[in-house]
Design a binder for this molecule. Structure first.
Ligand SMILES: [Mg+2]
Length: 371
């Protein structure tokens, strides 16, 4: 069976509350969906999410759509979806960069390949090791008391016991005090982590990380700007609390550089950043070889993109720092007929054919941009 057509949709999904990062506050999240069709109307679907247009990474939703349609699709149509690595090799020979675009297409091709055999996609990546994975939640109201209440409600409901705070906006000292008050309130019942989204300079990072480490915070994500690998390396060697590379870790080559310079001792892995599922597994292999821990990151995907990441992470032996695949919980609506299941502080890895999600076409067309 060969791929007969490829279509791309830009879809804007509203969120249940503003989600604040250092570079952008999300109230409407933009995802890109790719649909490839094989024989007999068999379909494969892929997704990547972007944050704030061009504010998080270079690839915008509009550029992703155009570059897939004009430059990637001609190397995909007519090919056998079972050969997804060979297709990616050909695409890479003709298209540099554009890792989000490549990841969306590869996921759709893998979904089609798996569905054509009636098996879950993780079977094509060596099989499932984990049936569920730990799941972090981001506390982002900005109000200390409300965040503590939200954390305690979540602990009582057995939904999350890992909480991340985005602290790249505002006064660093006040933000640190906010985080430490939350840690003191939840105590050992929860892991508290921070994501700075590149917002600090090295001097600010030195005193903030020291205070956070002393207060029992478990993980410091991307304190410095993405290019400052030497600074990240100095912080990693100075503190006992783990330093995680996210924005500074994109391609396979970047992963090697971060590992070589020890510019972080945890990798935030994401299929879109790496350029696809196969590429993300290669990033995981670099981490394994370097003795670096793994964290299953999110670009805040909808249920489909979350299923794609969850299925891939389920094939990686050790996700020492868990995952943050909470995307579907942040949206007011869904584009799939079935939902991602969260229970017992874990995300349950979907296991139907392909990535295990059934697309709701009416919803997709309702939220899709009319381009
Ligand atoms: Mg991050």
């Amino acid at each position: 069976m060969n791929i007969e057509s490829l279509e791309v949709y830009i879809v804007d999904l509203p969120t249940i509350r503003p989600h604040q990062l250092a570079m952008h506050t999300i109230v409407m999240q933009t995802i890109i969906l790719v649909c490839v069709k094989g024989e007999g109307d068999l379909e494969g679907w892929g997704e990547v999410a972007t944050i704030g247009g061009a504010s998080y990474f270079e690839e915008t939703p509009e550029a992703i759509k155009v570059n897939i349609e004009k430059y990637i699709a001609p190397h995909v149509i007519g090919k056998n979806p079972a050969h997804f690595d060979a297709i990616a090799y050909t695409v890479n020979q003709h298209v540099v960069g554009n890792r989000f675009a490549k990841a969306a297409v590869e996921a759709a091709v893998v979904d089609l390949a798996a569905r054509s055999r009636g098996i879950p996609a993780y079977e094509l990546f060596g099989g499932q090791i984990h049936t569920s994975l730990p799941i972090a939640w981001t506390l982002a109201s900005g109000d200390t008391r409300r965040d503590i209440e939200e954390a305690q409600e979540s602990l009582n409901a057995k939904r999350h016991n890992i909480f991340k705070l985005k602290i790249g906006v505002g006064d660093p000292k006040r933000n640190v005090a906010h985080v430490l008050a939350i840690k003191e309130a939840v105590g050992e019942a929860a892991s508290i982590r921070v994501d700075v989204n590149q917002a600090w300079d090295e001097v600010t990072a030195l005193y903030c990380i020291e205070a956070l480490q002393d207060g029992g915070v478990d993980l410091i994500e991307q304190p410095l700007i993405s290019w400052n690998k030497e600074g990240m390396a100095r912080l990693t060697s100075k503190f006992n609390v783990p330093i995680m590379a996210d924005e500074s870790l994109s391609s396979i080559e970047q992963a090697f550089q971060v590992a070589k310079k020890r510019a972080g001792n945890v990798f935030a892995i994401k299929p879109a950043k790496a350029g696809g599922l196969t590429a993300a597994k290669k990033v995981a292999a670099i981490a394994e070889a370097a003795g670096i821990g793994l964290y299953g990151g999110t670009m805040i995907e909808s249920s489909l993109g979350t299923a794609i990441a969850a299925q891939l992470y389920s094939t990686i032996p050790e996700m020492k720092y868990g995952t943050e695949l909470f995307g579907p919980l942040l949206f007011t609506d869904t584009i799939t007929a079935n939902a991602i299941v969260y229970e017992n502080f874990q995300i349950v890895v979907p296991s139907g054919p392909g990535f295990g999600m059934e697309m709701d076409k009416e919803k997709i067309f309702h939220y899709a941009r009319d381009l």
